[in-house]
Design a protein around this ligand. Structure first.
Ligand code: CTP
Ligand code: MG
Length: 227
């Protein structure tokens, strides 16, 4: 069983609004991307790690990753979906059986959680980690409430999402012109692929805003002192 990982890191981090794209900002002194990559390097069943970066970020990438044991990075596109396709195209020649696709902006992914997702993907073929929706969710029109959604039928999606390589590669090629598909599960859904949920982890949140960065710094400090 050959297992590959794509880490998408070609975004610009507009919502964080820092001087650098968020994946290169430091968390406890190390770039966020380095924390993310380190978690996957700790999982022995992973054979290949493909990062996808922005062409303008090569110097930042070199500083963050240096000579860690990864495939050379490939350049992403204007959307996450396009960046994932670049990663899949690059991995195709290695013919992996499974691929995990992960956001660089989720540095709290744990090696144990990655292993659980790989095991579930071996069994089910297509897997997504999800969390329940705990708040009441409203439907709105302008400033007014028009309804309350049954939250038991909702879930919050996380990454890494994992798939049989050929299945998700084909699905991405087939849906490349369909936008917006903001995660790989949506690509699979669009092709009628049945995706199985596994429990996500609260800690594995995506750093999206400046406030998230502060929360992440605090959590990382805690994690490093716990070890
Ligand atoms: N991503 C990517 N290529 C893109 C857009 C996003 O590789 N064209 C990656 C980001 O680097 C990130 C992940 O997809 O790791 C999730 O995207 P998001 O959180 O939206 O990051 P950004 O697009 O960088 O942030 P923003 O939307 O605030 O600009
Ligand atoms: Mg984005």
């Amino acid at each position: 069983m050959k297992v590959a990982v794509i880490i998408v890191a070609a975004g610009r981090g507009h919502r964080v609004g820092a001087d650098l794209p968020k994946q290169y900002l430091p968390l406890c002194g190390k770039p966020i991307l380095q924390h993310t990559v380190a978690a996957f390097l700790k999982v022995p069943t992973i054979n290949l790690i493909q990062t996808v970066i922005h062409a303008n970020d090569q110097a930042l990438y070199e500083t963050a990753i240096g000579n860690l044991d990864l495939l050379p990075p490939v350049f992403g596109g204007d959307t996450r979906q396009q960046s994932v396709i670049r990663g899949l195209e690059s991995l195709a020649m290695h013919e992996p059986d499974l691929v995990l696709i992960h956001d660089a902006a989720r540095p709290f992914i744990s090696p144990r959680h990655i292993e659980d997702i790989i095991a579930a993907a071996e069994e089910h073929g297509a897997v997504i980690p999800t969390l329940p929706v705990v708040n009441t969710v409203k439907q709105i029109s302008g400033q007014h409430i028009t309804g309350t959604i049954d939250r038991s039928s909702l879930a919050r999606a996380q990454t890494p999402q994992a798939f049989r390589f050929k299945l998700i590669y084909m699905a991405h090629l087939r849906t490349a012109a369909t936008t917006p598909l903001t995660d790989d599960c949506a690509v699979a859904e669009a092709c009628g692929i049945r995706v199985t949920t596994v429990p996500g982890e609260d800690r594995n949140f995506k750093i999206t805003t400046a406030g998230d960065l502060m929360k992440a710094e605090h959590m990382m400090k805690q994690q490093l002192t716990d070890i």
